[in-house]
Write a protein that binds this ligand. Sequence first.
Ligand code: ATP
Ligand code: MG
Length: 567
Amino acid sequence: MAENKEPNTAEPRGLNFVEQEVYNDLQEGKNGGRLNTRFPPEPNGYLHIGHAKAICMDFGVAEKFGGTCNLRFDDTNPVKEDVEYVDSIREDIHWLGFDWGDREYYASDYFPQLFDLACRLIKEGKAYVDDQSSEEIAAQKGTTTTPGIESPYRNRTPEENLDLFLRMNAGEFEEGSRVLRAKIDMASSNMHFRDPIMYRIIKHPHHRTGTKWKVYPMYDFAHGQSDYFEGVTHSICTLEFVPHRPLYEYFVAELADETYCPRQIEFNRLNLTYTVMSKRKLLTLVKEGLVAGWDDPRMPTISGMRRRGYTPESIRNFIDTIGYTKYEALNSVSLLEHAVREDLNRIATRVMGVINPVKLVITNYPEGKTETVEMENNPEQEGSGTHSMPFSRELYIEREDFMENPPKKFFRLAPGGEVRLKGAYIIKCEDVVKDAEGNIVEIHCTYDPETLSGMPGANRKVKGTLHWVAAATAVDAEARIYDRLFDVENPAAEPDRDFREMLNPESLIVKTVKVEPYVAEHAAQGTKFQFQRIGYFTPDYDSTAEHLVFNRTIGLRDTWEKVQNKN
Ligand code: ATP
Ligand code: MG
């Protein structure tokens, strides 16, 4: 593009529909040309991959058009909320690669203004105190085809309503005994307009405001106004809020004018196969000990994925791939896993680990001799270098890589056959040693000393290449092999089954893996390894120098052939 200080009037291409709406508003000069979004989590649980979709949208659109994005904790229900969640939410957003600068806000910051607005609406005859129970109120709601019934308390005077509301907040009445409702229209075709509840009594202390308030605003009364108080111009949320939008606009209209008015735009939420995304269900898994915590690597939480070894780039790439629409959908978790593999393939250091070992002895290799061979760290990354790996007479290979009576096209090791040990020599199987039960305990081979890299036989072709580690120097590590937490494709679509019954009993299998010394020496938190032919691994938080623990982030799919052909 040419140097051009004029405002860019060319319409950017490839915008999703939300970005297009935002762009149009900016073009029209709405809100004085300002763009301010917000991400509004309720601190009642850890963030999950669905939230990541919202985060990428809220922060992404602001970045794209030079606006800002606030982090606003939607802390209007003290019973369920906790600072532990606030802290985790901050950490997860940063880890995903987004920053809200000094714009960290809390809906509870606006309790005074919201309360004032409620009092004003009462005085204007637009809100009333209802003494009925929530059950009675629900029973009067009507249906989409029949109008609701007006509350017997609907026509109280503003004076009486104000007096009662102030006393509600003074703690005079029990929880559930009274609510404040907006006086709108019990016959409205939009159910949300049938005198929605604005405030309820809660006597549980709030994690920020303590016992100051005894009444707390409902989502519909808090959200739009909080947007307004904060200067938010675009309040982007998920499709279930479409029917709430008229109410959002109704309340915001009490504050806004033609110079500034926030607007709500909705996109489809992320649903993933073999996953539950409801915070209530995730909390149940944690509370009942069905997983090891919110950051259990099998959880769909951001913290779980981080612990498992997913990268922020892979999550963002996945979200880019699925995009934003106005239609609910169920996305395949394989797409996410694909994005994870792609990124790890790019960055992970290639190493050797043997997960189901059998001893292999090279009978013509001198006893007591050790040499080192050089291993490429990452063929996908130029300049990533090599590391050395010890080679000696006794090694481990995978049990599955040997067959005594192989079928045709078995290109691994078999009696009389040859394979290359990756990065080292070509070996030939001469014999097997069995125990009394007939189990193979050792495989005896000879090696061709001319086949190491740089030697005359280096390019001699054999069909198979095996990974291996030297027995004497191998280090035992715990390997946690994860699979999907649920074994039902769409757990949310099975309302008659308890979701606990759909848990995959094999979602975690613990094994011991024999790793090359380099792995033990480089097992710092956050390191990404590819254990060749087995999968991508990262050290778990439980890992120590004495007891190494690795999470398998994800398996390699169909890479066997690639490894074979590359030597
Ligand atoms: P709750 O049932 O507790 O309200 P929630 O998942 O809606 O759960 P919030 O903390 O209210 O949690 O969500 C914060 C933001 O994240 C909201 O704007 C919400 O629309 C968005 N969000 C939540 N779940 C998803 C999802 N699966 N896909 C996309 N966005 C989501
Ligand atoms: Mg919500």
